[in-house]
Structures are given as C-alpha cells and as structure tokens.
Design a protein around this ligand. Sequence first.
Ligand SMILES: Cc1cc2nc3c(=O)[nH]c(=O)nc-3n(C[C@H](O)[C@H](O)[C@H](O)COP(=O)(O)OP(=O)(O)OC[C@H]3O[C@@H](n4cnc5c(N)ncnc54)[C@H](O)[C@@H]3O)c2cc1C
Length: 493
Amino acid sequence: MEHQPWLPATWDRDADVIVVGFGAAGAAAAITACEAGAKVLLLDKAPEGQEGGNTRVAGQGYLNTSSVEKAQTYLQALCGPYRVPDDMVQVWAEEMGQNNAWVESIGGDPQEHQHQPVGIEFPELPGADCVHKFHHGPIVGFSHTWGMLERAVKARSIEILYETPGKGLIQHGVTGEIFGVRVVRAGHPYHIAARQAVVLTCGGFENNQEMIRNYLPGVPYCYTSGSPYNEGDGITMAMTVGADLWHMNNFAGPSMALKVPEYPTTFSMVALHFAKQPPGGMIVVGPNGKRFADEKYKTSHGKVNVTGSWTPLTTPCPMFMLMDHTMFSAGPLYDKEPRSGWTPMIERYDWSDDNSTELAKGWIKRAETLPALAQALGLSPAAVTDTVTRWNAQCQAGVDADFGRTLMLAPLQQAPFYAVELSPSMLNTQGGPRRNVRAQIVRPDSSPIPRLYSAGELGSIYSYLYQGTGNIGECLAFGRIAGRNAAAERPWS
Ligand SMILES: Cc1cc2nc3c(=O)[nH]c(=O)nc-3n(C[C@H](O)[C@H](O)[C@H](O)COP(=O)(O)OP(=O)(O)OC[C@H]3O[C@@H](n4cnc5c(N)ncnc54)[C@H](O)[C@@H]3O)c2cc1C
C-alpha cells in the first residue's frame, strides 16, 4: 500500500486479527478467530500473571440459557424502560444457549451451580426460568473458569503480548477502516497492523474516575473489586474513531466497601455481607451522621427496589460504618476468603486477626465515646449520638422502623467505638461502544466502523437490570460472534 498520512511510516509487526484485552471476551474472540484460520495476536495491558481482568477474579459463573424464546423475553424484561433492539436481544438469546457446548468444545467441564434457589435474580420477570448458571470444574470461584479459558488460548497458536496497552486505532482517513493498533511496548510507541480486523475486549471504565463522575448515576467516585487495569481505554479508542456509546449509566454497583490509598481495589467488610452476622452493633451513616439504608439488604448487583422501581443504592459520601467493641473484637472485619475479588486473590493482603494492624494504619478509627468518634470523623457529635440512641432503642423493640432491617438488630453499646470509612464500590461497568448483531462497533448513525469489533463488558448489552453470570455468558457469546466475523473479513493489502 502506498504511504498515506494516516498510516504509520512502518509497521512493527502484523497479524490477521488483533484482540485487545485478554479476559473472557478476548479469549473467546481469539480462540474463535484462530479456529477459523486467522493469525491472532492478543494484547494485554497487564503484566503476565495479572492478565485476565475481571474474569480472573470473578465468581466464575457464566450463563447458559435454556430456551431462546424465554431468554428473549427475560432479557427484554431486564431492560425495563431502557430497551435494547429486538435483533440484538435475539442474537444474545440464541448465542447464550450455546455457551456450554462451546466450553466443552475447548476442553471445559460445565457444571451447574448447586446452591438453591438457583440464582435467578429477578424470578418475578417473565421468562426467568431460562436462567441456568454454570462454572468450569469442581467448585465455583478460585479462577477456575478463567484458568480453563487461559489454557485453551495457550494451547493454540495465539501469540500473547503482555504489558502492551492499546492506545489508539489506526484508521483509514477516507474509508474509516481500521487497519491496526497503536500500542506501547517497553515505553515506546509500536504499530501493529491487523490485516483483517481489530476486536476490542479491554473491559470497562471501573478505574477511570473522570468517566465515573460523568457517566455513573449517584456516585461522585467509585472503586472496583475487580481488575485495576480496566480504565476505559477501549471507550476512548472507539470514540476517537467515531463510535457511538450505549449503556454508560449502567453498572454492577454500588455496594459499600473500604478503599485505602495503598491498594487499587476495595476491601469488603464482613458485617455488610448479607449472609454473615458477626456479633456486636453496626450501622452505616452518611455525612449528616444519619443512617440512610438497610445496611444488610441484599441488593441486585447494586440496585434496590424501594420506590417501586429499581435504582442504584443510595451512597451519600463520605459514609462511615460505626461499630462497638463487641464487633471489633470478634475477628477480622475484612472478608478475606480468596474465592473472588482482586484484593483477596491478587493482592492477597493479610488482614490481622484482631484488626490491630489496620487500627494502627488508621484504616479503622477508635474513640472512647461516640461524640469523640464523630468529632474524629468530622461528623456532628449530636447527630451521631442521636442516631445511635435511636438505633439502640429500635434494637430493643426488635423493629427497624426507619429502613426495615431484619438482620443483626444489635445495639452499639460496648465502648470503645470504631469507624471505617466506606466508599461506593462496584464489580464492573456495562457501558461502552455500541455494537450490532455482528459485534461490529457502530457510529451514531448505526453504520459499522469497518474492521472494528467488540465483546464483553466494553459496551455490554445490559442496559438496566443485570442477571448474575450474564456478563461472562455475554463475553463468551459475543466473543465468538466477534471472532467469527473478524476472521471472515477480506484482508486489505
Ligand atoms: C468480584 C467480581 C465477581 C464477578 N462475578 C461474576 C460472575 O460470577 N459471573 C459473571 O458473569 N460476571 C461476574 N463479574 C463480572 C465479570 O467478571 C466481567 O464483566 C467480565 O469478566 C468481563 O470480561 P471482559 O473479557 O469483558 O473484561 P475483563 O475480564 O475485565 O478483561 C479485560 C482485559 O483487558 C485488559 N486491558 C485493559 N485496558 C487495556 C488496553 N488499553 N490494552 C490492552 N489490554 C487492556 C485488562 O488488563 C484485562 O485483562 C464479576 C466481577 C467481579 C469484579
């Protein structure tokens, strides 16, 4: 090809299909394109051992729906007033039912989750009984499904470049075709040609506070329990070449968790887990020193239904979990089981059994009295004292008249008192470049950007309510669609 100003002077290397981001969506796209005969190059921003994104530290469940018709009905119902085009819903429903067959075809062992009920998140919605949640291998969690996907990629002739963030897409100045990716390798710009197509699978914007502030409802800031490498790069790259965006306001959150400057990801607190009930008194207050929610409510991936419609949990920042000495002395406040989540699985922070190390670090604050604790937190001592007095009286009566909490109705009574500052936390974001039924990224007028595809949580189909395991299920489904169509593109020359 003659030199044209939008192309680099030289290409540093080439491939038929470049897949940007090695999580579940990238794995499915890379394997599918490779099996269709394409020379595939897989890039990840993270160093080797930390690739895998949210997939690596997820709960490891993936959705395999049982009936195309019911799955279509259920997904449309999940969208509520935030509808998704029927043709997208249909393709989602058709492909989601193929996940187990595909997992088996690459050497996986699909096992249905055993816990009862089976994890239908919105059983009241039509079509909900299509939901079947699976994982690879003998137990749920512990990166097992991810490990299977990673082994399947490595068993094929797919080259992987770690510590190679995609920075920009190389686009033909007239036709708009995507010809390659500009990356950074060892601190230097590096240009890789994609003779057939580029597939963006580089996750959401969980670690981009500016995008969070601009796009997510109700949270001035928010932190993730997943990969710290997902910084919205795919959104920036796609927007720069003309992509439309969708579902930017939808996210799997917020929950409330501890975030400290020393670590990039959040620490979940045992006392806030709906299924755990440590002894002692615990409430959460906002900046006015008052409670604002049932602290033990099991949200539907961050959404609560308190007004007749589902909305993100209110998280007035800063928020503080207040507790008494009974709870503080009953064991680690942090839920450190390494089944899922970046902090326990990758950082492996060893929280002290008696919470003393974290008290010394200042992650936990202590005072002999409630007014003194409030003062240390910058809250009104009178408001905090009133709130705790009211809570203690409600515990005595056995009824939380304010928020209907039914779990851990225990007073805060044994001094000293303690506090942990909480931040909004999330599993992932769902928004990103809009795609069509062929997994092509489209412009605002719905025309596809030639040779550009996407899959996974970067522009996920979920627009409102979210069914657990739907994300990895979608990664596998749309990863296959993207890989298939990318490998079918006619090479440019
Ligand atoms: C704690 C937790 C539990 C969860 N449990 C479940 C569950 O059980 N089931 C379910 O369906 N979903 C679950 N989710 C959500 C799910 O994990 C994700 O939505 C899904 O794994 C996203 O997959 P992905 O391939 O789109 O992105 P990811 O798996 O996040 O992969 C993206 C990859 O892109 C890389 N990357 C980022 N930027 C660049 C760049 N510029 N260039 C190159 N590479 C880049 C990242 O390093 C990463 O490896 C959970 C999430 C969390 C955090």
